[in-house]
Every structure is written in structure tokens, then in C-alpha cells.
Design a protein around this ligand. Sequence first.
Ligand SMILES: *[C@@H]1O[C@H](CO)[C@@H](O)[C@H](O)[C@H]1NC(C)=O
Ligand SMILES: *[C@@H]1O[C@H](CO)[C@@H](O)[C@H](O)[C@H]1NC(C)=O
Ligand SMILES: *[C@@H]1O[C@H](CO)[C@@H](O)[C@H](O)[C@H]1NC(C)=O
Ligand SMILES: *[C@@H]1O[C@H](CO)[C@@H](O)[C@H](O)[C@H]1NC(C)=O
Ligand SMILES: *[C@@H]1O[C@H](CO)[C@@H](O)[C@H](O)[C@H]1NC(C)=O
Ligand SMILES: *[C@@H]1O[C@H](CO)[C@@H](O)[C@H](O)[C@H]1NC(C)=O
Ligand SMILES: *[C@@H]1O[C@H](CO)[C@@H](O)[C@H](O)[C@H]1NC(C)=O
Ligand SMILES: *[C@@H]1O[C@H](CO)[C@@H](O)[C@H](O)[C@H]1NC(C)=O
Ligand SMILES: *[C@@H]1O[C@H](CO)[C@@H](O)[C@H](O)[C@H]1NC(C)=O
Length: 387
Amino acid sequence: MATLLFYITFLLLYNGVITIDVMRYASVQYSILYSEFIDSQGQFYPYYGHPLEEDWTSTTAVTGWTSGFFPGVFWNIVQYNATREALNRALSVTMPTAAFANSTSPYNAGFIIMSGFGTAYRLLKLKEYLDIVITGAHSLATQYSPTVRCLRSVDSREGYLVYIDNMMNLELLFEASNQTKDQSLYNLAWQHANRTMYEQFRDDNSTYHVVEYNETDGSVIRKYTVQGYADWSTWSRGQSWAIHGYTIAYRYTKYQPFLDRAIGATNYVLLRLPNDSIPYWDYDAPYNSTYQPRDTSAAAIFASALVELSEYMSDPSLKDRYLSVAKSIVDQLSSPNYMIYGDKDYKLSALLANGTIGPYPKNPYDVALSFGDYYLTQTIIRLMKHQ
Ligand SMILES: *[C@@H]1O[C@H](CO)[C@@H](O)[C@H](O)[C@H]1NC(C)=O
Ligand SMILES: *[C@@H]1O[C@H](CO)[C@@H](O)[C@H](O)[C@H]1NC(C)=O
Ligand SMILES: *[C@@H]1O[C@H](CO)[C@@H](O)[C@H](O)[C@H]1NC(C)=O
Ligand SMILES: *[C@@H]1O[C@H](CO)[C@@H](O)[C@H](O)[C@H]1NC(C)=O
Ligand SMILES: *[C@@H]1O[C@H](CO)[C@@H](O)[C@H](O)[C@H]1NC(C)=O
Ligand SMILES: *[C@@H]1O[C@H](CO)[C@@H](O)[C@H](O)[C@H]1NC(C)=O
Ligand SMILES: *[C@@H]1O[C@H](CO)[C@@H](O)[C@H](O)[C@H]1NC(C)=O
Ligand SMILES: *[C@@H]1O[C@H](CO)[C@@H](O)[C@H](O)[C@H]1NC(C)=O
Ligand SMILES: *[C@@H]1O[C@H](CO)[C@@H](O)[C@H](O)[C@H]1NC(C)=O
């Protein structure tokens, strides 16, 4: 039973706006989830949950694509305050994801391994964690087609499908390549980013969610959506994945066209954000007529990308603009408008409400999403460097 005093403990007053001290609140919410993880014998990896319900819908460490975000939140808590307890929790939720490195369906190895073991290695520099990153990268590389010049994104009999989300998986290949000096992993990731740049963007710098290729001759068969409003529309989270993915690709390659893609796709978003900076679930959904939900995860992923993108800007006014948008998004997400906070009817242990899986209304909407919580906490950690 949460008391009023419990909630007041987390309030911050900043520029007249009341926000919640997210990192401290995260350690409370996630310590409840940690107990659930222990009670489940390591089987509980939250995926999404309704704020008014007690239980998350979860996966295990090796099913689905979202199991890296749970360890990822714990690593962000460690980066905020490296207590022994926080470190032990982060390690114990990360360990079961190791088995994914050898998966025969390694399509999302980048998401799963980089948020857990990738971060563990970056912080602790233990060789056994690097080995998992390298094994995972080689598993992911098996999905590359030299004819299509892309990595396959899903195990599908429908054809050779590439989702824009999978730009995020390239970080695993680039990182493993940089650590081992294995140029072939770098080349695959570079080719995927290069072909996607030509095929998956429209002239206005918006993105298609999915491109289906012909595996025999590498040609494009069709461009469509799975989670957006329409084939021609721009799914907000997909656009955020693209921006974050090209920012990471630029981090490792310094190839200017990748940076230009990230900037172009960012400009598309900046012209379309609603006045509180939290996107609707699709930039083309008719949100001026019927109810359309937001997607707080799209906001958090975009904000995380903007912080890194700002570091590559030589023009100080662009640098400031990107950082200030990232900060406004974090402020909004940290307010009671979007946090699972303060309302006695909330039962879920989580941070962000108002995430939308897509498409609306077929799939869950106005829910907590593990990646929303992960990218929000990641953005806060990234912003700490800029204070
Ligand atoms: C970090 O955690 C320790 C132990 O719980 C606490 O004493 C300290 O105040 C925390 N630091 C911050 C910055 O929250
Ligand atoms: C992956 O498989 C190899 C070969 O069977 C094995 O040596 C390695 O320990 C496995 N790695 C993980 C993380 O399970
Ligand atoms: C990049 O992709 C484009 C379009 O598919 C292709 O024409 C070009 O040859 C690729 N660049 C390299 C260096 O492979
Ligand atoms: C794929 O390409 C091959 C070779 O050009 C062609 O025979 C086949 O019909 C194509 N498949 C589809 C689904 O377009
Ligand atoms: C790649 O590795 C080198 C040294 O091993 C390091 O200095 C550099 O920061 C790494 N690059 C990235 C993008 O992490
Ligand atoms: C799309 O982005 C590119 C690269 O940043 C830019 O040159 C171009 O002007 C943008 N197109 C539109 C319509 O904004
Ligand atoms: C944003 O727009 C809505 C409706 O157009 C309005 O009710 C609300 O007050 C605006 N919020 C801010 C912060 O301007
Ligand atoms: C509502 O938004 C759609 C695009 O999302 C636009 O085509 C339409 O003109 C808008 N309607 C009004 C009344 O603003
Ligand atoms: C957020 O979700 C709640 C339901 O959980 C809903 O009542 C509220 O209107 C949503 N907020 C926005 C801005 O869409």
C-alpha cells in the first residue's frame, strides 16, 4: 500500500513543472520486479503491462525480442548509483540472456545482447561478457544475404522481410567488429545500413516499416506496414528506431550519409511532434478526429537518439536544439501525465504508461512497455553527461 508520503518523496519541482525523480523511482519499481524475477526462478522478463493490472505479460530470457530491456534498466540504475545491490541485480537478470547468443533465430540479438551483456562489458570489461557479444554477432551474421545485402529481420515463410527496427541490431555487429577487428562483421552491418537507406526511406525522410525483398535476385517486392496505421504512413516507433539506428551506424563508421539520414529523419519528427513532444503512435493517424493513443516508447527512443546525435553536431545551435528537445521529452515523460505514479488505481510496477504496441486498436495500447522504461532511463543517464 503506497502512502501519500511515499509518492511525495519522488517529486521534483523544476522550472515550475512537477516531475518525478525517475531514477530513484525506477529503483523502487524495479526492485519489486526483481523479486518477481527471483520468485519465477529467472523466467520473468517483462514485455508489456496495463497500468491498472498487477501483472506484466512476460517472456523468458530467450523468447521474443524484448528480454534485453529488463537487464538494461538495471544497468541504467547501476550507472545512476553503483551500489553493490544494484550491480548484483543487474548481473543476475543479465546472465540468463547469455543462451540467446547461440540462438538459431538470432534476428534480434542486437537488442537483447547489447542492452545486457554489451553494457556489462562496457562497464566491467570482463572478457567472458565480450565473448557473448562476439558469439551473438556471429549468430546474427548468419541472417545476412549477399544477394539482398541485408540481414533478415524475422523468421518468415512470407519472404525475405527487413523491418526498420532492425537498424538497432547493427550495433552488435559493429561493436563485435571493433573489438575483434573482424572486418566482415562491419561490412555486413554497413551493407544493411546502406541498402536500407535507399529502400526504406521516402523522399520526405519518413520510413516504411517493412520491405520485402526477393531473396533470389535481391529486388524489392513490396513496402508495407505491420505495426503502423497504413502502408503509406509513418509508424512513430519505426521512425525512432531509424533515427537511433543511423546515429549508431554513424558512431562506428563516420560515414556522412548515415548521419544525414539520422538528421533528415529527425527533422521529419521535429515538424510533427504534438505540443507536449510525445508522438501519437503513427504520424499519419487521424489524431485530430477520433481517439488515438500516444507512444511514449517512440518518444523515449527518439530522445535517447537525440542526445547522441547532438554530440556529432558541429553547429552549436543544432547541438542545443537536439539536447533541449531531448530534455523536454524527458520532462514530459517524467510528469504524472505519463508516469505510472501517484494514482491509487495503478497496480503495475513500471515507469511509463501510454506506450502503444501498434497497430491501434488491434494490439495493446496505453500500456507500459519494457523498451519505453529502458530508453527513458537510458536517456536520463545520457543527459547526465551534458549537465
Ligand atoms: C545511492 O545509494 C545509496 C545506498 O542506498 C544511498 O545512500 C545514496 O544516497 C544513493 N545516491 C544517490 C545519488 O541516490
Ligand atoms: C555457444 O556455443 C558454443 C559452441 O557450442 C559454446 O562453446 C559456447 O559456450 C556457447 N555460448 C553460450 C553463451 O552459450
Ligand atoms: C549502397 O547501396 C546502393 C543502393 O542499393 C548501391 O547502388 C551501392 O552500390 C551501395 N554501395 C556499396 C559501396 O555497396
Ligand atoms: C524472385 O526473382 C526470381 C528471379 O528473378 C523470379 O523468378 C521470381 O518470380 C521472383 N519472385 C517473386 C515473388 O517476385
Ligand atoms: C573502437 O575501438 C577503439 C579502440 O579499441 C576505441 O578507441 C573506439 O572508441 C571504439 N569505437 C567505438 C565507436 O566504440
Ligand atoms: C531529407 O533528409 C536529407 C538528408 O538530411 C535532406 O538533404 C533533405 O532535404 C530532406 N528532405 C526533406 C524533404 O526534408
Ligand atoms: C496542447 O494542445 C492541447 C489541445 O490542442 C491543449 O489543450 C493543451 O493545453 C496544449 N498544451 C500545452 C502545453 O500547450
Ligand atoms: C486531420 O488530419 C489528417 C491527417 O492526419 C488531415 O488529412 C486532415 O485534413 C485533418 N483534419 C482536420 C479537420 O484538421
Ligand atoms: C494515457 O493513458 C491513460 C489510460 O491508461 C488515458 O486515460 C490517457 O488519456 C492517456 N494519455 C494520453 C495523453 O493519451
